[in-house]
Design a protein around this ligand. Structure first.
Ligand SMILES: Nc1nc2c(c(=O)[nH]1)N[C@H]1C(S)=C(S)[C@@H](COP(=O)(O)OP(=O)(O)OC[C@H]3O[C@@H](n4cnc5c(N)ncnc54)[C@H](O)[C@@H]3O)O[C@H]1N2
Ligand code: MOO
Length: 408
């Protein structure tokens, strides 16, 4: 093995993938609030005014000035601008959400007030303030959320409160999937030397959970096992996609054409094989785009579990970087059983988390050609090179990008 194909340490591979994506993030674009859901802030979200922007009543009742009894001199509703309360012994009727008039000294709840026959108001205002002061939630220009924040409904809500109509967000990466392998069936049960393509149907869903846009027309396969067909499919996919994920053909077998195709396209390896089991032959390459922006190719190994390991190892950090998000982190879990290491390689062990999300039990059926274990796991316990994990010990957990509720 030559020096340039030495497998990269697994943590290092993740860092390289993230950095490559981060360097290619952007450009930012203005997007309306409802359409920004799922995007990423390209600049900090700042308060445009004090929040609240004016002293705001929290109750329905009376804004009063001076000693009681108070003589009503007007009414202010939510949305209105209150004239100042100019004289002691006067009050205005006020609604929840209305602007508190200048000069008001206290707010009195309607149900805790009385009016005499002359219309004069009396009662005891509560000691605690019944209005919200300007700047109580935020001061004008204060940073509320940093650039890189994932936009979710709560972020959209606070942006609307501030008065934004659009947010500057990063574009979503567009991804394409090319499935290689003449042995693959796209319908019917396996047999007679042929297996069903299990990656074409699932990889787009994982990519979407990572924030990519995958047009159904951008999923192609099986692509014929010739170099010409591979090149034609790759060139086609690269015309629209920021990221092309290929499956299979990462090794150097008689019909593995990915590496020769990459050489033909002038690709530069970011990662070429990773010191991890399973999933070792995964790769990530950068291909110059005609517009000057790089395109990316992730070579997912053909063994199905290995392909998913390549997705969470290389593609998830790449997509995070391309979207301008922080690098993915790994929570710590407690191993429920002893888990062996794999010598100089990082060992990724499919595991199921208990309801607390803190205790990880390895699942069965975890061969790299199998998917049964994957469908019962939330991710992988990470056993670093030269180590093993004993029962009760804490370990990093590499999460599958599941949506909450998908694998309770
Ligand atoms: N001489 C060696 N051979 C292999 C090695 C090795 O180190 N030396 N490594 C093995 C490992 S590890 C893996 S992983 C695979 C990776 O091979 P490729 O990426 O070239 O994938 P293929 O050869 O095309 O396929 C491997 C395997 O996976 C099945 N497959 C492929 N695509 C799909 C799909 N879309 N759906 C379901 N199954 C798929 C395919 O039929 C093969 O059984 O190389 C090992 N060999
Ligand atoms: O590493 Mo292969 O990816 O073991 O199946």
């Amino acid at each position: 093995m030559s020096a340039d194909t030495m497998p990269v340490d697994w943590e290092q591979a993740r860092t390289l993938a993230y950095q490559a994506g981060r360097a290619a993030a952007g450009p930012a674009e203005p997007v309306s609030l409802p359409a920004a859901d799922g995007r990423t802030l390209a600049e900090p979200l700042r308060a445009l005014t004090d929040l609240p922007a004016f002293a705001t009543s929290s109750i329905d009742g009376w804004a009063v000035r001076g000693p009681q009894p108070w003589r009503p001199v007007g009414r202010v509703l939510a949305g209105g601008v209150a004239p100042p309360l100019a004289a002691d012994g006067t009050c205005v009727e006020i609604a929840t959400g209305a602007m508190v008039p200048a000069g008001a000294e206290a707010l009195l709840r309607i149900e805790e007030s009385t009016r005499d026959t002359a219309g004069l108001v009396t009662g005891t205002p509560r000691a605690a303030a019944e209005w919200r002061l300007p700047g109580e939630e935020a001061h004008k220009d204060e940073e509320l959320l940093p650039a890189g924040t994932a936009v979710d409904p709560a972020v959209i809500g606070v942006a609307a409160t501030c008065g934004y109509e659009v947010l500057n967000v990063f574009a979503r990466p567009r991804a394409a999937v090319l499935v290689f392998g003449d042995e693959l069936l796209t319908a019917g049960p396996p047999g007679a030397g042929r297996v069903r393509d299990s990656l074409g149907p699932q990889v787009p869903g994982w990519l979407r959970r990572g924030g990519a846009v995958v047009d159904p027309a951008a999923v192609t396969g099986p692509v014929q096992d010739t170099l010409e067909a591979h090149l034609a499919a790759l060139r086609g996919a690269l015309t629209t996609a920021d990221l092309v994920c290929t499956t299979g053909g990462t090794m150097h077998g008689p019909v593995d054409h990915l590496h020769p195709a990459l050489a033909e396209l002038g690709a530069e390896y970011i990662v070429n094989t990773v010191a991890v089991r399973p999933g070792f032959p995964m790769l990530l390459a950068r291909i110059p785009g005609a517009d000057g922006r790089p395109r990316f190719l992730a070579g997912l190994p053909g063994n199905p579990q290995s392909a998913i390991i390549a997705l969470v190892t290389l593609v998830a950090p790449l997509l995070a970087g391309l979207q301008g998000r922080p690098a993915p982190t790994m929570p710590q879990v407690e191993a429920a059983t002893d888990i062996p290491g794999r010598g100089d390689f990082t060992h990724l062990v499919l595991a199921h988390l208990d309801r607390s999300g803190r205790s990880a039990t390895p699942v069965g059926h975890v061969g790299s050609a199998m998917l049964r274990g994957l469908s019962n796991a939330q991710g992988f316990v990470v056993v670093r090179p030269g180590t093993r994990v004993t029962a009760g010990e804490s370990a990093s957990f590499l999460q599958l990008p599941l949506v909450p509720g998908e694998r309770p």
